[in-house]
Design a protein around this ligand. Structure first.
Ligand code: PEP
Ligand code: MN
Length: 341
């Protein structure tokens, strides 16, 4: 349920409503807007209804949150988008963040060279996987802890926040030592115990849409993180499976405006994994930015021909600055300003 307070409601009246909500074991989520305060009552609907808050002092009206996801719903913030500040970089609302780096951390020179290029080119954060979800169990699985140490070195040297993937909850502490944002890969979008654990950790999460997940399933997955008290979830569209075979996945750009209608959470687009091919990454990125995405996560490599994984889709490090300038122009079409390092 959503309790809409009157514009002149007093702090005591707001406190009273919160206390009543808590008294039935539900959680109150307060959102203070310019005009009115909204209080989301998250819990058993019957219990909250029985409180009959309609007549309580300071309450304007009580409206049900009709979607099955509550904390990720745009209704929770009265249609206002969430803006997160991650290690000084803003994302959401009018702020656009470009996240770039290699698919996987391979070596010190590879990572540091990429980090320098993407930082100089205007990326806000550095991506790089130390733990990789590979289709084949025989393929390179990532450098693990050694990869995390290299990411820490890059963070120190270039002052960039780090986005890196977590697959196994047993690696959580090690990942949290370096990650400013933890990426949950498409294949783990419905690993609910992992999501809940990240919810409890409080670290910002980049949650990728599953290969064949609906937007509602994505938002329900986000709900698992939010429910534990972690408010910083970035939704990521990275391409879905369709009948089309001409490219790796189909980038669902309609998801951008639709997710932004359904949810207050920032929406990031990953053109690299959708395309699987470098030549498509530019056009898809510009379209995503112009469509109102709050960020892009893109793969970059100093020498894609020699990349251990995802080389064909990686942008060349020496071409990154030109690409980033084009993304910045496209983002401006949607009224967004670039978050710089
Ligand atoms: C990745 O970001 O390198 C990755 C494996 O992405 P996804 O989970 O979207 O396939
Ligand atoms: Mn990759």
């Amino acid at each position: 349920m959503m309790i809409v307070m009157k514009p002149n409601a007093t702090p005591e009246e707001i406190e009273h409503v919160v206390a009543r909500i808590s008294s039935v074991g539900a959680r109150a989520h307060i959102s203070r807007g310019e005009e009115v305060t909204l209080i989301g009552a998250i819990g058993d609907r019957e219990h909250v209804a029985r409180l009959e808050l309609d007549g309580a002092p300071g309450v304007a009206q009580v409206v049900p949150i009709l979607k099955p996801y509550k904390l990720s719903s745009s209704q929770l913030r009265g249609g206002e988008p969430s803006v997160f500040e991650i290690a000084g970089r803003r994302i959401g609302g009018e702020h656009f963040a470009l996240i770039a780096g290699p698919c996987t951390v391979e070596s010190r020179p590879q990572l540091l060279e990429t980090a320098r290029a993407v930082r100089d080119g205007g990326a806000a954060m550095l991506r790089g996987g130390a733990y990789k979800p590979r289709t084949s169990p025989y393929a390179f699985q990532g450098l693990g802890q050694a990869g995390l140490r290299l990411l820490a070195e890059a963070k120190e040297e270039f002052g960039m926040p780090i986005v890196t993937e977590l697959m196994d909850v047993r690696d959580l502490d090690a990942v949290l030592e370096v990650a400013d944002v933890v990426q949950i890969g498409a294949r783990n979008m419905q690993n609910y115990t992992l999501l809940a654990e990240l919810g409890r950790s409080g670290v910002p999460v980049l949650l990728k849409r599953g290969l064949s997940a609906t937007l509602e399933e994505l938002l329900m997955a986000a709900e698992y993180i939010l429910k534990e008290g972690n408010e910083q979830v970035l939704l990521c569209e990275r391409g879905i499976r369709t009948f089309e075979t001409a490219y790796r996945f189909t980038l669902d750009l309609m998801a951008v405006p639709v997710l932004k209608q359904l949810s207050h959470l920032p929406v990031v687009v990953d053109p690299s994994h959708a395309a699987g091919r470098r030549d498509l990454v530019g056009p898809l990125s510009y379209a995503a930015a112009a469509a109102g995405a709050d960020g892009i996560i893109v793969e970059v490599h100093p020498n894609p021909e020699e990349a251990i994984c995802d080389g064909p889709q990686a942008l060349r490090a020496d071409e990154f600055a030109e690409y980033a300038a084009n993304v910045e122009r496209a983002a401006a079409i949607a009224g967004k300003v670039f978050t710089h390092a």
